[in-house]
Design a binder for this molecule. Structure first.
Ligand code: UD1
Length: 430
């Protein structure tokens, strides 16, 4: 596996473009299973997770043409020869489970291994299954697999106990082809749900209310093809804005929707960073002296995103004073802390609370990325730290960020990707 060598302490300056959203792209790719017609998706980021989702669709029999240089993906799921997936694909990425709703709606039968993905907690799928069961699917779980079958999905009234993003997406997709009306209450309101609904509606689905907690879906008998451009990735945008401030630099992040980042921008401002919208799709962030401690609690959207908590914690590790971070969405999303502490941070964990005592500086060290967002947090720490950091298990980063090291280099970062020596190679002492 590759690793990154980062020499820290260089302020990042300049402009950088944000890629299309990973978390919008994955359900939208899954949604193409709902139609026999061809769908073209634009602004598709070249990520490991996108390639995994493409492999999932190909495994089901879809014809896929991906032009990664242009960010163009053409999918035709006219002939779906399979309704089951091998364990390794689903184990690699939890989002593979998003084919559950579309397959049930289209093929009435499905067999999927229980999902994997970032090791950030138990991440059950009970809400997905409960919602689809209310629509007339029957599930059995055996040997690590979920088998679903239905005589035809019916619209239903569904209340989610928690506004799960994935469950909201699976239920919306299934409901587009169900008989009658589905009303989903306490739905997730993330921008990625809105993007999915916009894409489905352009395929002639009838989804109303996406972006609110109550979504109404009128089932239709068939969906058509479409051409849809993915929204910008708010998590990548936030990570880059934090990189500008953490390194004491001055960055303008382009191709971003500031509305999607309100909670982050408010927290950055509260901490004393300079943040400014410089156009409808650009935000500038710069250091404004040392940032100050602030408290933080992750919440479903529009609250502070759990996907930006680790990166923001790196900022707090370098801020003046003591901050409290409460993680309410995932129970195990503090796995980056051990490595941050190894770099000189002072962070203590008590259950879902982390107490961060800001330090004037961090120092480079060999560290292992624990998961995607933890990898981003360690990268930010490395960019700000004194000395050199070796970041191992960097494949986690490629799950969510395309060619990040090249793009950061253009802003001044001293960062090098080193390919792992082949297994069995003898290391010399020098
Ligand atoms: C999505 C995002 C992920 C983000 C998360 C929360 C994608 C591909 N991934 O993940 O980056 O961190 O939203 O914003 O879009 N839960 C249950 N039962 C269920 C489903 C979820 O208890 O059936 C729990 C989970 O264990 C977790 C919480 O609900 O504690 C949030 O999960 P969910 O919103 O479903 O996240 P994902 O869709 O997996």
């Amino acid at each position: 596996m590759d690793r990154l060598l980062i020499r820290g302490g260089v302020p990042l300056r300049g402009k950088i473009q944000v890629n299309g959203s990973k978390n919008a792209c994955l359900p939208i790719i899954a949604s193409t299973l709902l139609t026999r017609d061809t769908t073209i998706i634009e602004e598709v980021p070249d990520l490991l997770d996108v390639r995994t989702m493409i492999a999932v669709l190909e495994g089901l029999g879809a014809a896929v043409d991906y032009r990664q240089e242009q960010g163009l993906l053409r999918i035709n799921s006219g002939d779906l020869s399979k309704t089951a997936l091998p364990a390794d694909l689903v184990g690699r990425m939890r989002a593979s489970f998003l084919v559950l709703g579309p397959l049930l709606a289209r093929k009435k039968v499905v067999r999927l291994p229980l999902p994997g993905g970032c090791a950030i907690g138990t991440r059950p799928v009970d809400l997905h299954l409960k919602g689809l069961a209310a629509m007339g699917a029957q599930f059995s779980i055996a040997n690590g697999c979920v088998e679903g079958i239905t005589g035809g999905l019916q619209g239903a009234r569904i209340y989610l106990d928690f506004p799960s993003v994935g469950a909201t997406e699976n239920i919306i997709m299934a409901a587009t082809l169900a008989r009658g009306t589905t009303i989903l209450e306490n739905a997730a309101t993330e921008p990625e749900i809105v993007d999915l609904a916009n894409c489905l509606n352009s395929m002639r689905a009838q989804v109303v209310g996406a972006g609110t907690a109550r979504i109404r879906i009128e089932g239709v008998s068939r969906l058509g093809g479409t051409r849809h451009a993915i929204i910008p990735d708010r998590i990548e945008a936030g990570t880059l804005l934090l990189a500008g401030v953490i390194t004491g630099g001055d960055l303008t992040v382009e191709h971003v929707l500031p509305d999607h980042l309100k909670s982050l921008l408010a927290k950055m401002t509260e901490a004393g960073a300079f943040v400014e919208e410089v156009g409808p799709t650009a935000i500038r962030a710069a250091a404004n002296g040392r940032t100050a401690a602030v408290d933080l609690k992750t919440m479903p959207y529009p609250g502070f995103s759990t996907d930006l908590q680790p990166q923001f914690m790196t900022l707090l590790a370098l801020s003046g004073g003591t901050s409290m971070v409460i993680e309410t969405v995932f129970e195990n999303r503090f796995r980056h802390i051990e490595s941050l502490n190894r770099m000189g941070a002072q962070i203590q964990v008590e259950g879902r609370h982390a107490i961060v005592q800001g330090r004037p500086y961090l120092t480079g060290a060999p560290v292992v990325a624990p998961d995607l967002r933890g990898a981003a947090a360690l990268l930010l720490a490395a960019l700000a730290a004194r000395g050199e950091t070796e970041l191992f298990a960097v494949h986690h980063l490629w799950r969510g960020h395309s060619r990040l090291e090249e793009r950061l280099s253009l802003l001044g970062a001293q960062i090098e990707r080193v390919a792992e020596e082949p297994e069995g190679a003898i290391k010399t002492g020098s």
